[in-house]
Write a protein that binds this ligand. Structure first.
Ligand code: ATP
Ligand code: MG
Length: 567
């Protein structure tokens, strides 16, 4: 995997180029106001994090500001639960919005401007059915045909629009359309819909409205009303830009907005390997029980990543590193893992934990004997030290022992000697098995002269194992995660296939009997550690005093990149 350039040293991206040029010409008097406009119909995902970091980042960089705007024009799928989660996620990422708005705040203005467009002969009420509208619109190769209702007089249209609003017509019976150009090469300009009739309860405006504006109309007007300077969206809206401009031009001619108008700028959305990103699909994962909830640590949602143990800084750095592109691509999920390792490497305290314990008796140590050891919390000694206890019974990792070791095996094996991290050297003298032939215990001799780490005679011992004292250990549940999908691009499926077929059946492994060093008994939800040799872990919200639960955020190395290496 190619490591991208460090954030500090990068050159300007194309959006920054545009903003800097606008500042030179004083287009908006040097002002920069961006907005983050989520539709509250689901929890935010890492793609939204990218957009949040971009919009808020530009606000900060140019001494400007950013609005949070809930794009709540579609009453059917929206919910307060999502509104609350969105606020929480943006704040957690470390950003503050200057203003919080809802597109529904503008329902009255949007309606008033629509009446104005009708009066100007720029919009009309159309009685064609949805299917007929599609049919009349034509396609890339065929120009559209005018609706038979296109030439209604402004007076007739105004009357019909008012009656649409008053509830005289059934849902879907009529729509309001902009009157632009049915022959346009750009399909979006072929008399796009502005309003439809929908008897749906809205989470904020209740039953006040029976007609709801469509995205393209509502979005630009919302931007202009807030005096947004740069309206950043993803590439699929590139073809909508002329429409965005058209609505704003008409309304500016009507003196509803002051110029200069906001400018729409598109960038490539974030896609990640082994991940699905759309809210609709994520909702399906939750509803169908493939994951537990939106905050399942395997989800690419911001709340899922938070629960998994990601830090806000790691997500911000990740967003910065993937950069801002003009063409769609798919980023390596390894980049996200790199970002969290990079952050936790600096900050997470080192601890010892054994995932799959194997008992080891140090036969030449007295029962009840306890050796206290002082060990560093971190390679950076400013993080201080802690105490560990070495006793006769300890646990090591089951996979650190092989009865018949392969070549270059530096870990424990019959007759082999290893170092216990921060403690001493031990040699394996006897292997105890149960009736099934399973190894259940090792008898080892320790070298008291090596207490603290090395042998005074200077003999070489290559392997170092993590371990915990059996008498002092606390038991915990460990949840290990793997990618949720086995396919690099789950949406790239063969005919007749289903993206769910690529779900990884082994994406969650629960180890209920892990053993941890005693100091971890006091760990609280959200605390993060590096467990020596195992990876970065954090305390899950399911954790209780006496019944600790940890999530593995990420392993120490990229286990997908390494080939056959054990060590
Ligand atoms: P989804 O398709 O996942 O539901 P959306 O685009 O419909 O996403 P919105 O709530 O409308 O979600 O998006 C809010 C903002 O986040 C928009 O400006 C949108 O462009 C941006 N955004 C959404 N997904 C991504 C992504 N994958 N990468 C970058 N920005 C994104
Ligand atoms: Mg959407």
């Amino acid at each position: 995997m190619r490591m991208p350039e460090a954030p500090e040293s990068r050159s300007l991206n194309f959006i920054e180029d545009i903003i800097e040029a606008d500042r030179v010409t004083e287009k908006h008097g040097g002002r920069v106001l961006t907005r983050f406009p989520p539709e509250p119909n689901g929890y935010l995902h890492i793609g939204h994090a990218k957009s949040i970091c971009l919009n808020f980042g530009l606000g900060l960089r140019y001494d400007g500001a950013t609005n949070l705007r809930f794009d709540d024009t579609n009453p059917v799928k929206e919910d307060v639960e999502y509104v609350d989660s969105i606020r929480e996620d943006v704040e957690w990422l470390g950003f503050k919005w200057v203003n919080e708005f809802f597109a529904s705040d503008y329902f009255q203005q949007l309606y008033d401007y629509a009446e104005y467009l009708v009066q100007q002969g720029k919009a009309y009420v159309c009685d064609l059915s949805e299917a007929e509208i599609r049919d009349y619109r034509g396609n890339f190769h065929t120009p559209g045909k005018d609706s038979p209702y296109r030439n209604r007089t402004p007076g007739e249209n105004l009357d019909l629009l008012r009656r649409m609003r008053a509830g005289e017509f059934a849902d879907g019976a009529r729509v309001l359309r902009a009157r632009i150009d049915m022959q346009s090469g750009n399909m979006n300009l072929r008399d796009p819909l502005m309003y439809r009739i929908r008897r749906a309860h809205h989470h904020r405006t209740g039953d006040a409205w029976l007609i709801y504006p469509l995205y393209d109309y509502a979005h630009g007007v919302s931007d202009a009303l807030e005096a947004i300077t740069h309206s950043i969206c993803t590439l699929e809206f590139e073809d909508h830009r002329p429409l965005y401009g058209w609505f704003l031009e008409q309304d500016a001619e009507g003196k509803f907005f002051r110029r200069p108008l906001p400018r729409q700028i598109e960038f490539a959305r974030l896609n990640l390997t082994y991940t699905v990103m759309s809210k609709r699909r994520l909702l399906e994962l939750v509803k169908e029980g493939h994951v537990q909830h939106w905050d399942d640590p395997r989800m690419p949602t911001i709340c899922g990543l938070r629960r998994r143990g990601f830090t806000p800084a790691s997500l911000r750095n990740f967003a910065e590193r993937v950069g801002v592109a003009k063409r769609d691509s798919i980023s390596d999920v390894g980049l996200l893992e790199f970002a969290i390792r990079e952050d936790l490497e600096k900050s997470a305290l080192r601890r010892m934990a054994v995932l799959r314990p194997l008992k080891v008796i140090l036969t030449n140590m007295g029962e009840g004997e306890v050796f206290e050891l002082e060990v560093a919390n971190h390679p950076d000694t400013s993080h201080g030290t802690r105490k560990l206890q070495l006793t006769r019974e300890i646990f090591i990792e089951r996979e650190d022992f092989e009865e018949i070791p392969p070549k270059k095996w530096f870990r424990l094996a019959p007759g082999a000697e290893v170092r216990l991290k921060g403690a001493c050297l031990i040699r394996c003298e006897e292997v105890i098995k149960d009736a099934m032939g399973q190894v259940v215990e090792l008898r080892c001799a320790w070298d008291p002269a090596s207490l603290g780490g090395d042998a005074p005679d200077g003999r070489k011992v290559k392997g170092t194992l993590h371990w915990v004292s059996a008498a002092h250990a606390v038991t915990a549940e460990m949840r290990l995660y793997d990618r949720l999908f086995t396919a690099e691009n789950p949406m790239d499926i063969a005919e007749g296939g289903d993206w769910r077929d690529t779900l990884n059946p082994h994406s969650l492994e629960v180890l209920p009997g892990a053993k941890l060093e005693a100091s971890l008994a006091a760990a609280n939800t959200g605390d993060r550690f590096q467990f020596e040799r195992l990876g970065y872990f954090c305390v899950d919200r399911d954790s209780q005093p006496g019944a600790l639960v940890f999530n593995r955020t990420v392993a120490l190395k990229d286990s997908w990149a390494k080939v056959g290496e054990k060590g």
